[in-house]
Ligand binder design. Structure first.
Ligand code: 5RP
Length: 293
């Protein structure tokens, strides 16, 4: 029986030692997967840099119309050239994304609450596997609420999605939510990211925090970092730089791109950090130049 109390504290993260059992495929922890799963993951993570720029515009699934996302049909074509993955709802994707676009798709598959609820932690699987297949999704994104009221049902949603994903060869991205009551400490993120990976998620989306390298080290699949609330552009680029320098394999950024005064310049600046080794300072200079063109 599992004990909750009196456990030894984990501390041997060996952050300087590369992940073992990589076996040649460039996506962490995915070497033993089938060809179809690997193909989807290779659509998401650039085989050259190993990293990804995801553009998240799924906020409408619980926020409705959001500042900066009023006209997805106008925004998406402007940003398409500069991102690797589009993360959205099936409604937004089907209505506002040109099907001839060659970018990877991260399909938001859970929903069930809205800004009108005090507790956002109760969701259901809203998109069944057949529709994810029809949408040609490269991964299915499932919101999870570790430590919150909706923990059990959200982990059930995640497990069901992972089971269906393995059946049909579509990866699952487990999204770590932080709510009002949930702590934003490295202790919490270590628990949540590892838990989701052990349940079988192929990608974990989480937040940057202190001791991030240890979180990455202990998580056997790639981590992408959420942008969070809008920051000044230089600070958002520092967040991106720290995340990548400390082992994240990408950013899944929404508001810090689409609420920027210059979304296309910001998306490009993030890409410079993620794929081209720019520092935050270099990327900010790039942003300033690009926003004046
Ligand atoms: C919500 C999500 C959103 O896609 C993501 O958090 C939005 O991006 P950002 O925080 O950068 O605006 O997964 O849980």
């Amino acid at each position: 029986m599992a004990d909750k109390d009196g456990n030894k504290i984990a501390k041997d993260y060996h952050v300087e030692v590369p992940f073992a059992n990589q076996g040649g495929f460039h996506v962490k922890g995915s070497n033993s997967l089938d060809w179809g799963m690997k193909k989807h993951l290779a659509n998401i993570f650039d085989p050259k840099s190993g990293n990804t720029v995801m553009f998240a515009f799924d906020h409408g699934y619980f926020m409705g119309s959001t500042a900066g996302l009023e006209r997805l049909d106008l925004l998406i074509p402007e940003l398409l050239p500069y991102v690797d993955v589009l993360m959205g709802t099936r409604g937004a994707l089907r209505t506002c994304v040109p099907p001839e676009c060659r970018k990877a798709i991260a399909l938001r598959t859970t929903s069930g609450s809205s800004m009108l609820n005090d507790d956002l932690s109760h969701e259901v699987i809203a998109v069944d596997i057949e529709d994810s297949i029809r949408m040609n999704a490269d991964c299915m994104a499932v919101q999870t609420f570790v430590g919150a009221d909706g923990q059990l049902s959200s982990l059930d949603n995640l497990s069901r999605t992972i089971n269906a994903g393995f059946r049909y060869g579509i990866p699952t991205m487990g999204v770590v939510a932080v709510g009002k009551q949930m702590e934003r400490t490295d202790r919490f993120f270590k628990l949540a990211t590892r838990l989701l990976a052990e349940l079988g998620a192929n990608i974990i989306k989480t937040y940057y925090c202190e001791n991030f390298e240890e979180i990455v080290s202990a998580c056997p699949v790639p981590i992408v970092v959420a942008g969070g609330k809008k920051l000044p552009e230089d600070e958002a680029l520092t967040l991106a730089y720290r995340s990548i320098s400390e082992g994240a394999r990408g950013l899944d950024m929404g508001r810090n791109i689409f609420q920027s005064e210059h979304p296309a310049a910001m998306a490009q600046a993030v890409g410079k950090i993620v794929h081209h080794g720019f520092t935050d300072k270099q990327a900010f200079e790039f942003y300033q130049d690009a926003s004046h063109q």
